[in-house]
Design a protein around this ligand. Structure first.
Ligand SMILES: [Fe+2]
Ligand SMILES: [Fe+2]
Length: 462
């Protein structure tokens, strides 16, 4: 069978990447990806042939990007060039030419694969055959919480004569984190499994990760353990969506962050451990916000015992999910229009950043038994009511829990940016609060800064 060549136009870079990977895995397809319609249209007009075109309906309203009616542009071009290329449109879309298929806005990545099978008239047998490349890559860091290989595991050697796969681990062979670190030090970022082992591997990956998380360890080890599951589960959720297997690891990760904070006699040792920059920034900032929230929540007069527990649970979920679409630490650290201007981002980085809050809020709506209001806090976690971009200036027109989160995140960001050893935590925190005192003048924000100050100087406040 000929290779399947797919033209994909999706304004969000991270979603585009996830769809691309999934199409490569499912069909061994060649995917040409663009974030906007112009280059895609040009390529079709030049006579380049595609098996299928997949396009978002349009981009989101944005101050920096012109409105782009992506699907309409592509459908018109296909029509003008008298082509019969099938078109799949993601999101609501209407056009007088009816020859396109629609995938809902809240799609899961696998749904697109099903549409491709249908649109290309692929036989089920062909589809199974093409489902995955012969050797399926997984990042080495995703193996951190495994200790036994559930199938043969390979490394890839780049040779002039073509890629060569060499078996490194046999079925049931044991390995540890140090072994994995050695691969990474050698510059190997991925390990490979045979496509026929995919299911077995995925099941074992989740099962071993979960059982490893459930072993009893001391605080410092636990914080490191959860760091690995945080990275694994957020990565997989970006590519696979919220699947039952994924959910189990996400739930366990959030619940461990929460119980570690609840069980800690003093919050100091936990905070100090989070200054260890060997763990991912994304994890450390999320965890730090949860820990700070736990200390400040009782001061907010938002209800008594039980209600506070529920609020804390919500905050932990927000901490885990709010930046799930930002893979790059550089983007996680940006929290204002000013930061964004200074960071000199590419158009697609800007697009990912400006959309991340809104996208994460949409993703979490699929979460079973979602506590009420979590999606709203995620959407507003940079202070904009509709979840798009950053505000020109801070306002009180967002939910009080979002304001609470914004100030704590800013504090966490400053704490992590001050590069002092963990023993100097108290000093670091005192320095981190200074810029906040100037920045937050509105009473609703100011109150949280005041409570943080009282937390640091309990005696002075009496
Ligand atoms: Fe964040
Ligand atoms: Fe964010």
């Amino acid at each position: 069978m000929d290779i399947i060549k797919i033209l994909l136009v999706e304004p969000s870079h991270s979603i585009g990447e996830a769809i691309t990977k999934s199409l490569q895995r499912a069909f061994g397809a060649e995917v040409i990806y663009f974030p906007d319609s112009a280059s895609a249209v040009e390529l079709i007009r030049k006579g380049e042939n595609f098996s299928i075109v997949i396009a978002r309906n349009h981009n989101e309203e944005s101050p920096i990007l012109p409105h782009d009616r992506i699907a309409e542009q592509l459908l018109n071009t296909i029509y003008d060039c008298s082509l019969k290329t099938p078109l799949i449109v993601i999101g609501d879309f209407e056009h007088t030419l009816k020859n396109y298929a629609l995938v809902s806005e809240k799609f899961r990545i696998e749904e697109i694969n099903r549409f491709v099978v249908k649109a290309l008239g692929l036989k089920q047998n062909n589809y199974l055959h093409l489902k995955l490349p012969d050797y399926v890559p997984f990042a080495v860091k995703h193996f951190y919480l495994m200790t036994k290989s559930p199938c043969s595991i390979f490394i890839k050697l780049l040779k002039k004569s073509g890629d060569e796969f060499v078996k490194r681990l046999n079925l049931d062979e044991n390995f540890n984190r140090e072994d994995l670190k050695k691969y990474e030090e050698l510059g190997l970022s991925d390990l490979y499994i045979l496509k026929e082992d995919y299911e077995v591997f995925m099941n074992s990956l989740f099962e071993q990760t979960l059982s490893n998380l459930k072993t009893n360890k001391i605080l410092e080890e636990n914080v490191e353990l959860v760091a690995d599951s945080f990275v694994l589960s957020t990565d997989l959720m970006r590519t696979l969506g919220i699947t039952p297997n994924c959910l189990a690891v996400v739930d366990q990760t959030i619940s461990m962050m929460r119980t570690q904070i609840l069980k800690a006699d003093k919050i100091g040792p936990l905070l100090r451990k989070l200054l260890d920059d060997k763990m991912s920034y994304s994890y450390r900032h999320s965890y730090l916000i949860s820990a700070l929230a736990y200390t400040i929540l009782p001061k907010m007069e938002w209800g008594s015992g039980d209600q506070q527990n529920i609020l804390f649970e919500k905050i932990c979920m927000v901490c885990y999910f709010h930046d799930v679409y930002l893979e790059d630490d550089k983007l996680i650290q940006i929290s204002s229009l000013d930061d964004m201007r200074k960071a000199k981002l590419t158009v697609s980085e800007k697009d990912t950043l400006l959309n991340h809050a809104h996208k994460a809020a949409v993703l979490i709506q699929h979460y079973p038994k979602l506590p009420q209001g979590v999606d709203l806090i995620i959407k507003q976690h940079h202070g904009v009511a509709n979840g798009y971009g950053f505000p020109e200036s801070l306002t009180a027109a967002v939910s009080p829990m979002a304001i609470f989160f914004i100030v704590l995140e800013d504090f966490a960001k400053h704490i992590l940016a001050i590069n002092e050893p963990p023993e100097k935590l108290a000093h670091t925190m005192r320095a981190a609060i200074i810029p906040l005192k100037e920045k937050y003048q509105l009473p609703s924000y100011r109150k949280i800064v005041n409570e943080l100050e009282i937390m640091m100087h309990p005696k002075a406040s009496k």
